[in-house]
Design a protein around this ligand. Structure first.
Ligand code: ADP
Ligand code: TRP
Length: 387
């Protein structure tokens, strides 16, 4: 049961733990809300998620629920390892046994006024990255946000019930303004478009990095306001954030982000990865002294790519002294390159077949449009439009 207003922990959903009812596809249902509304038993966050995982696997397998999972990534630059570990890896894994909807948030990217060439190039780049990393376009609905115009119409309906104060409190907007961005209306209204993205598809869970938590809360707030004013149209979504990778640090120690220019891109040339890793900011503890691994960005990144036994050795070496950061950085660069190597070949194949990538996106847009159009009709009717 939803327990609103509390913090919840939703553990990873294991491959195969959830089974899909036979014959059901996201776009083929005719009775809307398109799927039977589910009640999620979400328990308050507890200190030992491992024990919760066992409970969830048991309960999901007994109830055979199908969760609709949705997320989007802005094509605002080349994707980086923070995007992968913070969000995309979960997206790829969640394809097993869940009903997944992933999209390229190109309308959101317009809020920072990129050039038309950048928008077009980065959108295709995100598509190729996703497919190369394992997104299965047969199973998962994958599209470009701007190809499904129903979401922008829904944004207007939601805008009219969204209090200004709710948007004024959004930290991502306030941060961008504090950093000197001259805000446009799109940037201010960004969370309403995001709410429409999520609600148009009756999403149950939204896997994102920690920076998106507030936007999911805003979405829940808008959905509850709408449902209580006009009747139950929307599913109330739940964020899905894995704490251990919620904030991947960049080479300057801040959160890795395209907008800070501190990223290590997944598919940049190997030499570029080495150079970036060697630039990671560390403290000035001398080689012979003991170092604190948990305060070091190099160690935080090693945690993502090093096998557990090797990670334990690095931890020991940090603590016992006699190890220079340069040595750890060299190994980190090798491990990042090795980690993404298997995906590079597929990425190169896709670069040579952009028509195939465009066709995948067009197919995905058709499937997404069918679902969004039905939700939009319901929301319009509920508000008294077109009756
Ligand atoms: P960026 O900040 O680089 O522009 P986006 O806003 O496009 O990244 O984020 C896309 C997804 O990747 C979101 O779910 C976001 O939470 C996640 N993400 C981005 N950067 C990180 C990071 N450094 N650590 C964890 N998750 C991240
Ligand atoms: N705001 C998200 C980000 O910057 C991208 C996004 C747009 C999104 N719409 C969404 C994420 C819907 C999840 C669900 O990362």
């Amino acid at each position: 049961m939803h327990r609103l207003g509390q913090e919840f922990f939703l553990p990873p959903v294991a491959p195969g733990a959830l089974e899909k009812p036979a014959g059901k596809t996201p776009s083929s249902d005719s009775s809307l809300p398109p799927r039977k509304r589910k009640t999620l038993d979400i328990v308050p966050r507890q200190p030992y998620p491992e024990t919760e995982l066992v409970w969830y696997l048991w309960s999901f397998s007994v109830r055979r629920m199908v969760l609709r999972v949705l997320s989007g990534i802005q094509p605002s630059g080349r994707l980086h390892i923070g995007n992968y570990f913070g969000a995309m890896r979960q997206h790829i894994e969640l394809q097993q046994g869940n009903d997944c909807f992933f999209f390229i948030a190109d309308y959101h990217a317009l809020t920072s006024n990129p050039s038309p060439q950048e928008v077009a190039k980065h959108s295709l780049d995100v598509a190729m990255d996703y497919i190369a990393l394992g997104l299965d376009t047969e199973k998962t609905v994958f599209w470009r946000q701007s190809d499904v115009c129903e979401v922008t119409e829904l944004t207007w309906l939601l805008s009219c019930i969204t209090p200004m104060g709710l948007l004024q409190r959004c930290t991502s907007y306030k941060d961008k303004v504090a950093q000197g961005a001259s805000p446009n209306h799109g940037l201010f209204a960004y969370p309403v478009l995001q709410a429409a993205d999520i609600l148009a598809f009756h999403s149950d869970i939204v896997p994102v990095g920690a920076d998106q938590k507030q936007h999911i809360e805003v979405t829940r707030d808008i959905a509850m306001r709408f449902n209580s004013a006009y009747g139950e149209v929307f599913t109330i979504p739940q964020d899905y954030i894995i704490e251990s990778v919620a904030v991947v640090p960049g080479i300057d120690g801040r959160k890795m982000s395209k907008s800070y220019g501190n990223t290590i891109e997944m598919f940049e040339p190997e030499d570029g990865i080495k150079k970036k890793v060697m630039k990671i900011v560390t403290d000035s503890t001398p080689v012979e002294d003991a170092k604190e691994p948990d305060k070091c960005s190099v160690f935080a990144l090693l945690k993502l790519v090093a096998p557990p036994e090797e990670l334990a050795q690095w931890q020991e070496r940090y603590r016992s002294g006699g190890m220079g950061y340069g040595e750890a950085k060299k190994r980190l660069a090798e491990l990042i390159i090795e980690f993404f190597k298997p995906f590079r070949r597929k990425r190169t194949e896709l670069e040579n077949d952009l028509d195939y990538v465009r066709e995948m996106l067009a197919n995905g847009a058709r499937r997404a449009k069918a679902v969004a159009a039905e939700t939009l009709t319901l929301a319009r009717k509920a508000m008294g439009l077109g009756i």
